[in-house]
Design a protein around this ligand. Structure first.
Ligand SMILES: [Zn+2]
Length: 153
């Protein structure tokens, strides 16, 4: 049964909110303004609501959040844009796909490396330079893990 809103629902002055009543609120799951059932009131304000669409219960939000919480995408620096923090194993497979590993550059903190170079680390073995960070650091994908190494010292 749909209950159609009347104009008076919008223009009625003063709050007539109560637990069990309905209110338009921001659904944190649907990411939409939807009708919610008020579950709890505090100081004349709804504090807890249930979305009538997805039935999820959450804190009352009068509108869309100004800045998304939780999974806000981090801005990537320009030098590191093409190679997001890789997961070790997959990163390794992708890193070596088009690389010739037969002639790696021996790793030394004193050497200067560039993205795409293949190096040989005394302890970790063959690694692919995936990125160069400011401050004398390189991101190197090894077969077992991704490591941050110093260079150009
Ligand atoms: Zn919802």
């Amino acid at each position: 049964m749909d209950r159609h809103k009347r104009v008076s629902d919008y223009t009625a002055p003063g709050p007539k909110l109560r637990a069990g009543g309905e209110i338009d609120a921001w659904c944190t799951r649907c990411k939409l303004m939807l009708t919610h059932v008020i579950l709890a009131m505090q100081a004349g304000e709804p504090v807890r609501v249930m979305c009538k669409t997805c039935k999820s219960q959450h804190r009352y939000r009068a509108g869309p959040p100004g800045s998304p919480t939780g999974h806000s995408p981090r801005k990537r620096s320009a030098t590191w844009a093409e190679a997001p923090e890789p997961r070790p194993h997959k990163a390794w497979q992708e890193a070596v796909r088009d690389k010739n590993l037969s002639n790696p550059i021996p790793y030394s903190p004193k050497s200067t490396f560039e993205t795409g170079q293949v190096l040989m680390h005394g302890k970790f073995g063959t690694g692919i330079v995936m990125g160069v960070k400011p401050g004398g650091k390189i991101i190197v994908v090894f077969e077992d893990d991704t490591r941050l190494l110093v260079h150009a010292r």
